[in-house]
Design a protein around this ligand. Structure first.
Ligand SMILES: [Cu+2]
Length: 223
């Protein structure tokens, strides 16, 4: 074969493989995940389980027996090493209406509601032992994507917190895809479990561009 023919053959193989790879990837990941890539950034979205918004609303202010809430300090003290943490993502105004609490001064947009508090500091009274968290994230926001990610990096956060944090040593403790906005009375939900160890401070954040920057985050203290 002559030079141009070899180049044409190589190009055909490369382009053909690339064109085939994406549909194959979608075939294997749909309907659970949908990937969209932007320069330096991959958005992974979860289209799995949903829960009726009405039903989810009933749990927003509920507090398990092993949790003590201190609304004045926006703090929850958790006295267990096996913790079910249900996290509700929503607009700040909605959070204030449901919880009767004010948003923290640093929060200017969307927030998390946990144990009926807005972006609370979660203090785990773990006695030096590891804490297992069973995290369920429910997106009650009807016009925005959200996730709930644990990190060792403290605020402030940049607009593109995701890619920056991947490069940061320590990075994420646990990553999760974005939950699409609630639609037709159903909210998207995603669960995962993570074990935190040692007397340490962590942060929970939403990595959707701009959200953590605008205060969609809170602190975790393991004691
Ligand atoms: Cu968000």
């Amino acid at each position: 074969m002559k030079g141009p023919a070899v180049i044409a053959l190589v190009l055909t193989i490369v382009i053909g493989t690339t064109l085939l790879a994406y549909p194959l990837m979608l075939y294997f990941y749909e309907p659970i995940y949908n990937h969209a890539s932007y320069p330096g950034y991959t958005m992974m979205t979860y289209y799995g389980k949903t829960v009726p918004v009405n039903e989810a609303m009933m749990g927003v202010v509920s507090v398990p027996s092993y949790v003590k809430v201190f609304p004045a300090n926006d703090t929850a003290v958790i006295n267990s090493n096996y913790v079910e943490l249900t996290v509700y993502a929503m607009m700040g105004s909605m959070a204030e209406k449901i919880t009767g609490q004010s948003m923290p001064a640093y929060a200017h947009g969307d927030v998390f509601v946990i144990y009926g508090l807005i972006n609370p500091t979660l203090v785990f009274d773990a006695g030096g032992r590891p804490v297992t968290l069973i995290i369920t994230v429910i997106n009650l926001d009807d016009d925005m994507y959200h996730n709930f990610v644990l990190t060792a990096q403290s605020p402030p956060y940049s607009y593109m917190v995701g890619p920056g944090m991947m490069a940061f040593s320590g990075g994420f403790i646990e990553m999760m895809p974005y939950l699409p906005p609630a639609s037709n009375g159903n909210a998207y939900t995603y669960s995962y479990s993570v074990q935190l160890q040692g007397q340490n401070t962590f942060w929970y954040i939403c990595t959707y561009p701009g959200h953590a920057e605008n205060g969609m985050y809170g602190e975790i203290v393991i004691e």
